[in-house]
Design a protein around this ligand. Structure first.
Ligand code: HEC
Length: 176
């Protein structure tokens, strides 16, 4: 009796295994992701200071990067070429609806770095080097009167920048 049970249990395991293997082989969905591919997604640079690459940059250096890669959509001075490409301006004290620019909306400078690194320029995301991302981030902050033209930003100083709208969001991170 015991032997019979063991045998059928083994058969069950074997046939389930065959099923799983054959369904994996049969469907052939995608390819295993490589470590190299993963680094293209693992880009999170957060306000806690983690996830930043090596490098640094100033607004003075970033102007050239901006003029070449960004101005075509965001305008020479960040004034935008359409409603959602305005990145400079806005007044937080105004009673009208807030303008969604870096100066009047974004609460953390780290988010700006992270966003530019992963999503901009919109026609060729991730085409800039980390050094260029630091430089152009500094330039966008400079155009918004948040930092000086020669202030160097890097992994540490970026998180020390006080953004005008730093207190404009409700922190719900403690709610699971
Ligand atoms: C081909 C056009 C194009 C180019 C080039 C481009 N962007 Fe953008 N960018 C956009 C669009 C469109 C949005 C709005 C995306 C959205 O609302 O989801 C945007 C959004 C942004 C935002 C967020 C604006 C906000 O407050 O919501 C920033 C910051 C930004 N871009 C920076 C850059 C920088 C820096 C470069 C150059 C390295 C660049 N962009 C190049 C089209 C472009």
């Amino acid at each position: 009796m015991y032997k019979k049970f063991l045998l059928s249990a083994l058969l069950l395991v074997a046939s389930t295994h065959t099923l799983v293997v054959s369904s994996q082989e049969g469907v052939k969905l995608g390819v295993p992701i490589s470590e190299g591919d993963l680094t293209q997604f693992d880009l999170i640079a957060g306000p806690d200071g983690s996830g930043f690459p090596a490098g640094s940059g100033t607004a003075r250096q970033g102007k050239e990067v901006y003029d070449r890669n960004c101005a075509v959509c965001h305008g020479t001075n960040g004034e935008g070429t359409s409603g959602n490409t305005i990145i400079v301006g806005g007044n937080m004290k105004s009673e009208g609806p807030p303008l969604r620019t870096v100066g009047s909306y974004w609460p953390h400078a780290s988010t700006l770095f992270d966003f530019i690194r992963r999503a901009m320029p919109a026609i060729a995301p991730k085409s800039l080097t980390n050094q260029q991302v630091y430089q152009v981030t500094a330039y966008v902050l400079y155009m918004n009167n948040i930092i000086a033209q020669d202030a160097e930003i890097d992994a540490t100083s970026l998180n020390d920048i006080e953004m005008p709208n730093a207190d404009g969001f409700i922190d719900r991170s403690h709610i699971q």
